[in-house]
Design a protein around this ligand. Structure first.
Ligand code: GAP
Length: 443
């Protein structure tokens, strides 16, 4: 089914995944806040990334560099001069737009033709000031990528960890870009979260590792439940590559508004290390332990944007169908919306309900089952609000894969019903069996 961005935005707000930032003051363009379920989904995603690329590797070292850095970092990295988008301004409505988002010299806001200015380069880094003096030494920036924090710590890592090549540095953290025109909800933001790896290799071996990362990124997309058919690789032509990249593959996704970039894999050569070595005057070369000549390693960079992944996950999981009533005639059937989230990313794995809220014996038993499942499985929710149908609808909408219901029969024979989100089928099983069964579904 084709899903609209509005449907997803509305569900995400309604159910507490994602809210517009500072909404009671009218919001802030290109900035969003995570609600309870959104945080849980985001943590699951980041944990999968972490276990896929950090904790299961022998040669990957995590880092957490500060957002604010010495301004010289950004002069050396080329961002202070080269991290620009072409900006045009409409002389009629004064909208400021990205030139590459404008077609036929026509202002997309007021519709006038021939009113757009010549493009000028707009630097996308947010400037800020450190301390109370307003001289040029106080200038700093909110980082536009986490990567530089890893490059400028390269010497520290060599000195303290003494790794062998190849090895990687991995970091999850916020990035900020003063986008001219934020768009499509979580797609183009001014504040977002990045999961980045800088994988340092011997220069002659870059192609081998580039190919390994290319496959590794695809495996990750599958792991978080993105349909393979919706992810596409694009070899980025030289003219469109970032200033530091010698080769880039964009992983594009079929978003509700069309195919666009989800994540990127870049070969940055020794662009960053050599520029930091030159600008800082510090020797950043790697010294082979066998006594060979010191050299600057090259770097492969798989870079993932958390919000774009969440947007891809939500939009590919969004589904509607008809349930209940008589499927052959359609009578009594009800439309439901559900999120077919992979259990690994679902914020809530299991929900437990007493059939009736006003029967203490059912509530007591349901609380016992809830506690047992929560102790073992972690993300389990107890719900006794509204009727059972409403509770199923809510869990369907937040993508909970299984619901366990405690009814009068439970009190007699210690069995519960286990309902599957996608099929809505229910199985009657022993309470202990439900735990075994749910443990079987890995997340
Ligand atoms: N260090 C490499 C780098 O910064 P990038 O392609 O500019 O590369 C990496 O950004 C990823 O960050 C993108 O593939 C995308 O997922 C995400 N991203 C970039 N700009 C974004 C924005 N304005 N809003 C949301 N996500 C963004």
């Amino acid at each position: 089914m084709s899903v609209s961005l509005e449907d997803i935005v509305s569900l995400a707000k309604r159910r507490g995944f994602i809210y517009p930032s500072s909404e009671i003051y009218g919001g802030l363009s290109g900035v969003y806040d995570w609600g309870p379920l959104g945080v849980m989904l985001k943590h699951n995603l980041e944990n999968i990334w972490w276990s896929s690329f950090v904790s299961s590797w022998d040669d990957m070292y995590p880092m957490d560099a500060a957002i604010l850095m010495n301004q010289r970092v950004w002069q050396a990295s080329g961002h202070a001069t080269g991290f620009n988008d072409p900006l045009v301004e409409c002389s009629n409505c004064h909208s400021r737009l990205r030139q590459d988002h404008v077609a036929d010299d026509k202002c997309p806001v007021c519709g006038k033709t021939g009113t757009l200015s010549e493009p000028k380069q707009f630097n996308m880094m947010f400037k800020t000031q450190i301390g109370s003096t307003e001289d040029e030494n106080s200038l700093s920036y909110l980082r536009p990528e986490t990567a530089q924090g890893m490059f400028v710590n390269f010497k520290n890592i060599l000195d303290t960890v003494q790794p062998d090549l190849p090895f990687g540095l991995a970091q999850i953290g916020k990035g900020f870009r003063n986008e001219i025109s934020p768009r499509d909800w979580l797609f183009r933001l001014r504040e977002f979260e990045m999961m980045e790896i800088e994988y340092f290799v011997k220069p002659a071996e870059w192609e081998k590792y580039f190919e390994q990362w290319r496959a590794g990124m695809m495996t990750f997309f599958k792991k978080v439940g993105l349909p393979e058919s919706m992810v596409h690789e694009k070899e980025v032509p030289e003219a469109d590559r970032a200033h530091y990249s010698q080769r880039t593959i964009d992983f594009e996704f079929d978003f509700p508004f069309g195919k666009d970039e989800l994540a990127g894999l870049a070969y940055r050569g020794d662009y960053d290390l050599s520029n930091h070595q030159k600008t800082s005057g510090k020797d950043l070369r790697y010294r082979p332990k066998n006594g060979g000549e010191p050299f600057l390693p090259h770097v492969i960079e798989p870079s993932f944007g958390v919000e774009r992944l969440v947007l891809a996950i939500l939009s590919s999981a969004y589904a509607e169908d008809m349930v209940g009533g008589d499927p052959s005639t359609g009578s009594g059937q009800e439309r439901r919306t559900f999120l077919k989230l992979d259990a690994s990313v679902a914020p809530v794995k299991v929900a437990v309900f007493p059939l009736l809220k006003n029967k203490p014996e059912l509530v007591k038993k349901a609380r016992e089952v809830y506690k047992m499942l929560k102790d073992e499985l972690g993300s389990v929710e107890f719900d006794d609000n509204g009727n059972i149908g409403k509770r199923y609808r809510r869990q369907d909408e937040i993508g909970t894969p299984y619901c366990v219901t405690i009814d009068f029969q439970t009190l007699d024979d210690n069995t519960v019903t286990l309902r599957n989100r996608d099929t809505t089928e229910q199985q009657r099983i022993k309470v202990e069996g439900s735990l075994q069964m749910l443990k079987f579904f890995k997340w």
